[in-house]
Design a protein around this ligand. Structure first.
Ligand SMILES: CC(C)(COP(=O)(O)OP(=O)(O)OC[C@H]1O[C@@H](n2cnc3c(N)ncnc32)[C@H](O)[C@@H]1OP(=O)(O)O)[C@@H](O)C(=O)NCCC(=O)NCCS
Length: 193
């Protein structure tokens, strides 16, 4: 995922409990993600059509930085869907914990607000990015089975140590699981060869 913005938590961002107000976090998420979508799709006219379920897992507190991460997951005919994650960042030790992660879907519109297709150029860029993500995993030439097993073990540890190990909406965890699945397939293929 790519870091797209950082927000210090100010007094005016706090709710009644003196922790980060949820509405403020959603404002940042939607605003930062739409800016990213505009840049990604080469147009200032992107509108939010859906925000998936949002579970606030941790509270943001004064002194934390809120870091927003995003990754484009899907491009439809007129829409772009992004995984967006907000993490609270402790400046003293660099520790980060996920506050919430969700999917936001944006639609490209014309000047009258009607949906229009995403450019072919953008589609190509996305398909190259997807290939690069896959290649990151596929580039296993010269990597021994024991190294692959080691990687699987460390990913499994990351998952079980994650304080936010809820498979429903922790995208990082989902990506780790996908990588484990891929590595296990690779090990089985090596066995057959
Ligand atoms: C977004 C908007 C332009 C879509 O208009 P629409 O008439 O539903 O358009 P379409 O049916 O052609 O759908 C356009 C895209 O939106 C997606 N979409 C529309 N409604 C959706 C829904 N309820 N859930 C998921 N996706 C939806 C469609 O899948 C389609 O994507 P695709 O082309 O990639 O397949 C319209 O709903 C709108 O203007 N909404 C307000 C946007 C806004 O102001 N957002 C800020 C929040 S206040």
């Amino acid at each position: 995922m790519e870091l797209i913005s950082t927000h210090p938590i100010k007094e005016s961002d706090l709710g009644f409990n003196r922790t980060l107000f949820g509405g403020k976090l959603l404002y940042w998420l939607d605003g930062d993600a739409v800016a990213y979508a505009m840049q990604y799709c080469d147009t200032p006219r992107m509108v939010t059509v859906t925000i998936d379920k949002c579970i606030f897992r941790k509270a943001g507190k004064p002194g934390h930085l809120i870091k927003i991460y995003a990754q484009v997951e899907k491009i439809g005919r007129t829409s772009l869907t992004m995984n967006v994650e907000a993490r609270r960042h402790n400046v003293y030790d660099g520790n980060q914990q996920v506050i919430l992660s969700t999917n936001i879907k944006f639609v490209k519109v014309d000047e009258d607000g009607n949906p229009i297709p995403i450019d072919e150029k953008v589609r190509n860029k996305f398909s190259i990015e997807l290939n690069n993500r896959k290649m990151k995993w596929n580039n296993l030439s010269g990597v021994s089975d024991s190294q692959i097993k080691e990687r699987i073990k460390s990913l499994e540890e990351e998952i079980s140590n994650s304080p936010d190990a809820d498979p429903r909406d922790a995208f990082e965890i989902r990506h780790w699981k996908e990588e484990i699945e891929f590595l296990k397939t690779q090990l089985n293929q090596n066995k057959d060869e």
